[in-house]
Write a protein that binds this ligand. Structure first.
Ligand code: HEM
Length: 239
């Protein structure tokens, strides 16, 4: 496979992943509408059954091709430069691709932790509500901060990624370079900051749900204590 073809495939799979991100963000915005809307959205997705599984397998395949080829290209470029001579030139051209590989690996780590926390999260502990799983996670400052930081890394990866797509397919006229770069930044940061609003919302709203039996007991104990306190003060007032 020629390196031009590999580059084109990285760009194409990157665009497909961005397509997923746009639909994922659009769906996740239901979080602002509360449990009823978000859980209904999750249910609609799940009702798709085999179609959803096919989409997930396709997404995983696209993701693996994107990551696999990007890593291979990085190593091949490094080997082609040979590491001898042309110090300045090597550093200049290697910097963006080194940045993309590092931010890409960090995003991959984020995705693994994210799927584990949400897709395979403790949903039954929250009465089956995906909204409760997400909002309880984001209510935790550490989790929200991890998400927001990951979204900043995603923003710079997407901005560089968009720019690479234009370059790979030779779509930029020299006179339009600055303008195109600005559009890439707008798209990349727009998408990432859209996602960033969600953990921020969860952190500020603190819409926590107590877990399962333990939560129910805590809630009842709290109510009982409140009622006893109320009775005691009513008794005191009456006397
Ligand atoms: C920051 C806000 C985000 C929220 C609130 C969020 C929420 C969710 C939820 C609730 C699920 C589980 C869906 C289900 O089980 O039906 C999920 C799955 C997933 N998310 Fe996110 N997500 C966010 C950002 C991202 C980002 C930035 C990426 C990629 C870089 C991403 C990639 C994925 C993937 C690949 C899945 C698995 C999809 C599937 O198998 O159906 N998410 N997300």
């Amino acid at each position: 496979m020629s390196s031009i073809f590999k580059k084109a495939l990285v760009a194409l799979t990157g665009l497909l992943l961005i397509g997923f991100l746009v639909t994922h963000l659009a769906g996740n915005l239901y979080l602002f509408g509360g449990a009823k809307h978000f859980d209904r959205y999750a249910e609609t997705l799940e009702k798709m059954g085999p179609l959803l599984i096919a989409a997930e397998v396709g997404l995983a395949a696209v993701f693996l091709v994107h990551v696999g080829l990007a890593i291979r290209l990085t190593f091949e470029n490094k080997a082609a430069r040979g590491g001898t001579g042309y110090e300045v030139h090597e550093n200049q051209s290697a910097a963006p691709s080194r940045f993309m590989i590092v931010s890409g690996i960090l995003i991959a780590i984020f995705i693994v932790l994210h799927i584990r926390a949400f897709k395979f999260g403790p949903r039954e502990e929250y009465g089956g509500s995906l909204y409760a799983v997400v909002m309880n996670a984001f209510a935790h400052p550490g989790v929200a901060a991890f998400y927001m930081l990951s979204m900043l890394i995603l923003g710079s990866h997407l901005t560089h990624g968009f720019w690479s797509v234009f370059q790979t397919f030779g779509l930029v006229k020299p006179a339009k370079r600055d303008k195109v770069r600005k559009v890439c930044a707008l798209l990349g940061w727009g998408l990432a900051l859209g996602f960033l609003t969600l953990p921020l919302f969860g952190l500020l709203k603190q819409d926590k749900t107590e877990k399962g039996l333990e939560g129910a007991v805590k809630k009842l104990t709290g109510q009982a204590e409140g009622a006893t306190g109320g009775l005691a003060s009513a008794d005191r007032d009456a006397r």
